[in-house]
Write a protein that binds this ligand. Sequence first.
Ligand SMILES: Nc1ncnc2c1ncn2[C@@H]1O[C@H](COP(=O)(O)OP(=O)(O)O)[C@@H](O)[C@H]1O
Ligand SMILES: [Mg+2]
Length: 366
Amino acid sequence: MLKYLYLQNFRNYRHLEFRPEGEFLILTGANGTGKSNLLESIFYLGTGYSFRQARDNNLVRFGSNYFVIRGIVSSRGIDYQIEISYRQDKGRKTTKINKKSASPSSCSSYLPVVIFSPQDLMLVKGGPSGRRRFIDLVVGQIKPQHSKDLNYYNNVLLQRNKQLRGSSVSDKQLLPWDQQLASIGGRIWKRRVTTLAQLLDYSSVIFSSLSRERILEGEYISKIYNLNKDDEIGKYQNLFMESLIKVRSRDRRVKSTTVGPHRDDIRLYLNKRDARLFASQGEQRLISLALKIGHYQLLSDERHLEPLLLLDDVFSELDDKHRIFVLESMKKGSQVIATTTTTVKEGSVVKKKLTDDIEMVYQKTF
Ligand SMILES: Nc1ncnc2c1ncn2[C@@H]1O[C@H](COP(=O)(O)OP(=O)(O)O)[C@@H](O)[C@H]1O
Ligand SMILES: [Mg+2]
């Protein structure tokens, strides 16, 4: 649970202090007032990256050269202070938990976040990288080692690609990079397929209740070999190693590594047909909603806690039936922070100003 947030030079905020109140907090304000920016900073605090795929230097307030995001979160009754700061001139990001240096990926242990945003549609409609990012987020929130492995893998990949860009790199020079990629790649692959299967168990049940008589399925796609989720890590590692050797001449030609988890994908099926190609926009929207509710439920079951749920604009887009469905899918006691441009109906609500342009609206709890 997020108790307090402090922003300095993040996006449009020079300074901001935010104390979320109530279980279901709605931020209202006109377009361009900084509502999504605020959710972006909270998501960043829980993951180390922007859900809008912005680079760190885009997050720095125009004219400034650093940003700070600091939060007090409560996890199982204990308060922690998390801080991520970034300095543009040095290109350096610093993460601290209780003032001690930590890795950005460890933040998800203290602040597990799930976001619903209009971009979710791209999970179904868009290219493979968004789906890889999504599954890696889910895996990393359940198994923090995954994020470390991804960093490690990406560094090795960079090194191998650097070798490939050099002139006439020998097999012998590539071998140590191949071995490391295969070894870490196997662990990444195994966690992804296991977590994807778990996620789809949740999401397909959710999808059937959202959309009667239609079935959602999915599959992990690897160029390496048609692996089964029950296969051992070692099998993937061996096959990946063989592939890397097999594609060496092609890799030299294109000067990059053409196989591996960084090229894998997830295919989603609606009634056995590729949802990316055949599902309607409305069906794709429901699929992405089912994936996100699945993400929330899997995370809360695996970690035995309530993730912080961020709803950016999506609520106003859903009809009443789906809105109620989303809320009923959440665990009691979860913290929800939603944004909307439409004014909230008067009732037993409390309104407070967050900034000149954004109002906080919450139900008073009795
Ligand atoms: N790095 C930045 N520095 C200052 N302002 C920014 C930065 N990035 C975006 N903005 C401003 O933030 C505003 C958009 O905020 P956003 O949170 O997306 O609005 P909304 O309330 O509609 O969700 C825009 O006016 C944009 O100019
Ligand atoms: Mg917005």
